[in-house]
Design a protein around this ligand. Structure first.
Ligand code: HEM
Length: 420
């Protein structure tokens, strides 16, 4: 708004101006006293203005408004004029308007009112400090002068408040607070929506994973029931297939239950002495048939003697199962899958490597994340919750898991466990 309108906007006509002066009891005696100290004021205005800005420079909240030395020098000039005008008295419409204008200038630059009003008290203090010396032999008169100055400075402060209200500072500050609150609320809603989305993704992953083996069991059972007359060998093959699917199902359900237990810290390790090579052999024996059906070779490769680990045998076996199933699923036909282990200084590195199609770099980083998004439209046999399980289990056992993969060359998962 245009500052010229301020008097109108505030309906501060001469009648109201007079009422305000009456309320503050500003009258002819005050005009006399102001005239009396005018000379004194002129003599001290420069040092008062210096002290005023020294004080404003001391606080970050006010310093940030002042800018560089040139700007401060200009402000000192306007401040000097402001101060001298105060001692002139004659509180007419022009005076009211000039004070409203100054208030308006401050509200426009969004100066918080607490600093602006605080500076009026500073003015009074700086004046009293000097007047005390000057009138030290006449304390009653000093009191009278201080009263006058207090009234005039309060008049200015009241006009400053008017300018803040008329200039819209209060609405702006309120609007800012509201906008901040709205932003916080929006952020909270977005976070909630994200959480919901992750939950839905996870549920979809679980349902997707479980559908595979259940479908397998149903199909093969139906086949067996329909073709009752088939040879014993055919039946045996189907039962093996059913068993594999059921085992897959069990493995996935166990993954889910154990992920949940590990997340809530409820999983207790059953530590025992574990010989790793027989464990690798067991795992290979269990999955060799499945690998061969997929046209793959599954082998165990261990050089030299391995240290005995103090760890949870069952959990380690489950990590291996998941890594091997993962390799069978994703390495493609004719790949060779190798289970092995080799000791380093204080760790045993157990690996499951394949010569399959590899994993693209952009997928590698997300592979162990439970909350990753399913690639849209991606058609995969399973969503890889097994790898999430492997990472959590390796870490629960005090170890870690890492991955090396190159598209077209192969993939190698390495589980490092401490040698106690
Ligand atoms: C007793 C309190 C104060 C008085 C009497 C006062 C006086 C003035 C005057 C007369 C102006 C010129 C206004 C115009 O352009 O019409 C001004 C502007 C300004 N004052 Fe103050 N001031 C006070 C408090 C403060 C405080 C606490 C700060 C904090 C640093 C400050 C910073 C400024 C700034 C940055 C401007 C320039 C505004 C613009 O860019 O328009 N003032 N002041």
């Amino acid at each position: 708004m245009v500052p010229e309108d301020l008097l109108d906007r505030l309906s501060l006509d001469p009648q109201r101006q007079r009422r305000r002066l009456e309320f503050l009891e500003i009258g002819p005696r005050d005009e006399e006293l102001l005239q009396e100290i005018r000379e004194f004021g002129r003599a001290h205005v420069d040092e008062i203005v210096e002290d005023f800005y020294r004080h404003l420079q001391r606080f970050e909240e006010t310093r940030q408004f002042l800018g560089g030395p040139d700007r401060v020098a200009r402000l000192k000039q306007t401040q000097r004029a402001y101060f001298l005008r105060m001692l002139e008295g004659g509180f007419d419409s022009a005076y009211f308007e000039s004070r409203l204008r100054v208030g308006d200038a401050h509200q426009r630059i969004d100066m918080p009112p607490e600093w602006y009003l605080g500076a009026f008290a500073l003015y009074l203090r700086l004046l009293i400090q000097r007047l005390r010396m000057h009138y030290r032999h006449d304390p009653d008169h000093l009191c009278e002068i201080i009263q006058t100055l207090t009234k005039v400075i309060f008049l200015d402060a009241s006009l400053a408040i008017d300018a803040y209200i008329a200039g819209g500072y209060v609405q702006r500050a309120l609007a800012e607070q509201l906008a901040e609150m709205a932003e916080k609320a929006t952020r909270a809603l977005e976070e909630k929506a994200e959480l919901e989305r992750l939950k839905t993704d996870l549920t979809n992953m679980i349902v997707h994973d479980l559908k595979g083996p259940i479908g397998g069991i149903l199909t093969v059972t139906q086949l067996a029931l329909r073709k009752r007359g088939a040879s014993e060998e055919t039946h045996l093959k189907r039962f093996e297939q059913i068993q594999r699917s059921a085992r897959d199902l069990l493995r996935m359900i166990e993954n889910l239950l154990e992920i949940d237990q590990m997340e809530s810290g409820r999983l207790e390790l059953r530590v025992e002495a574990v010989e790793v090579e027989p464990l690798l052999q067991e795992c290979a024996a269990e999955y060799r048939a499945a690998a061969e059906m997929a046209g793959q070779t599954l082998e165990v490769k261990v050089d030299g003697e391995l240290p005995v680990l103090a760890t949870d045998r069952w959990l380690l076996r489950r990590i291996l199962n998941n890594l091997v199933v993962n390799a069978i699923r994703h390495s493609g036909s004719s790949a060779t899958i190798t289970l092995g282990a080799q000791p380093t200084e204080n760790q045993l590195e157990i690996f499951v490597a394949d010569t399959g199609r590899g994993i693209p770099l952009e997928e590698q980083a997300m592979l162990f994340q439970k909350n990753r998004r399913l690639p849209r439209g991606a058609h995969r046999e399973d969503t890889g919750l097994g790898l999430v399980f492997c990472k959590m289990a390796a870490e629960t056992m005090g170890g870690s898991i890492r991955l090396w993969s190159e598209p077209g060359v192969g993939t190698r998962f390495v589980v490092s466990l401490p040698i106690s």
